[in-house]
Design a protein around this ligand. Structure first.
Ligand code: SF4
Ligand code: SF4
Length: 331
């Protein structure tokens, strides 16, 4: 079992496509803000034309359908088939687990590369305190059902001070649910996390001592695992994905960001207008990516500096990696 740092891929486009912002849940850490991201549900015509804007930008393109809750979109099945027909190399849905509109009947496991469930606890009390009453039961039941039907299922666990103590219980649950890939995320201090008291990122010591250890245990069960690096060591080099990778975070109001940490602010680098992708004039997020600071990621320093520690001379004890830099262990 080898741990790798996942290099940014300059030859691939990753499209994180929010096709609507409506959702049946109200998670305490939800990053969707209708005042910033709109409240539209994109029509199938828009979905098709926006998919085509990114399909051929680079050699390979991957799309992740998001919301809100993407399965609330009645034409998600068609959107998946359209993406495949356009040549997207992989198609993923990120769901809260409710699987509306019989999505498992509308697409086949061959058409959908990953069905990714979000679950933020290994037990109902911890998960439901974050995501809402009854969510754990519905999500685990449907994740199991999807795996039994032959879908490749993955699970996303957003780590915060509220649920880090249950991360160690996840390996056995993942195995039991038939999950083939585990994504550990770090809580972003944006959207609802800023409004809800007690939503805090874990500190450096807790993160570095616990997360990689749980990841190794997950991998030992034959499950691929990916987690953000967050804290760079002295030997690690810093790179901003906004400068070297081709990631696009698209919202239904037409905003297109290159960096998730910017999504609370109207500083998106691009926008889609009349079905064309247009770069916005400065000042936008792109100019922040070029700033070189001792803390590493500029946007982290600006929007969530609580994870930074300094020595007595004011030098950061470690630099913060790009939030898109991941470690992985594949079985
Ligand atoms: S399921 Fe996702 S979109 Fe819905 S409230 Fe939770 S975090 Fe937000
Ligand atoms: S998280 Fe930081 S390093 Fe990564 S794209 Fe955004 S600004 Fe750049």
């Amino acid at each position: 079992m080898k741990q790798n740092t996942v290099a940014f891929q300059p030859h691939a486009t990753n499209l994180f496509f929010h096709i609507l912002t409506a959702c049946n849940l109200k998670c305490r850490h939800c990053y969707i803000r209708k005042d910033q991201h709109g409240s539209r549900t994109l029509s199938m015509k828009n979905i098709k034309s926006w998919l085509s804007l990114f399909a051929k930008k680079k050699k390979t393109a991957n799309v992740i359908f998001l919301g809100g809750e993407p399965t609330l979109h009645p034409e998600l099945g068609r959107a998946i088939k359209t993406a495949k027909a356009m040549g997207y190399a992989s198609v993923t849905i990120d769901t809260n687990g409710y699987l509306f509109h019989d999505i498992l009947e509308k697409v086949s496991p061959e058409e959908l590369d990953f069905l990714s469930f979000s679950l933020d606890g290994a037990t109902a009390p911890v998960c439901d305190a974050i995501r809402g009453e009854g969510v754990f039961e519905v999500c685990t039941k449907n994740a199991r059902k999807a795996a039994e039907k032959g879908f490749s299922t993955s699970l996303i666990y957003t780590v915060s001070e509220k649920n880090i103590h249950e991360l160690e219980k996840m390996p056995l649950l993942l195995k039991d649910l038939g999950i083939s890939r585990f994504f550990i995320q770090v809580l972003g201090m944006r959207g609802n996390s800023l409004q809800n008291p007690g939503q805090k990122q874990v500190n450096r010591h807790t993160w570095t001592s616990l997360v990689p250890e749980v990841a190794r245990e997950v991998a030992s069960l034959g499950i691929g695992v990916t987690w953000p690096k967050v804290f760079l060591g002295p030997e690690d080099s810093f790179e901003c994905a906004g400068l070297v990778a081709d990631n696009f975070f698209v919202f239904p109001n037409g905003r297109v960001y290159r960096c998730p940490l910017c999504e609370d602010y109207p500083i998106h680098a691009f926008e889609i207008k009349e079905n064309r992708l247009i770069e916005r004039p400065p000042l936008h997020e792109g100019q922040f990516f070029e700033l070189n600071i001792p803390e590493g990621c500029v946007m982290n320093r600006l929007v969530q500096p609580g994870n930074l520690d300094y020595d007595k001379d004011g030098h950061p004890l470690s630099r913060i990696a790009c939030c898109l830099l991941k470690e992985e262990i594949l079985p």
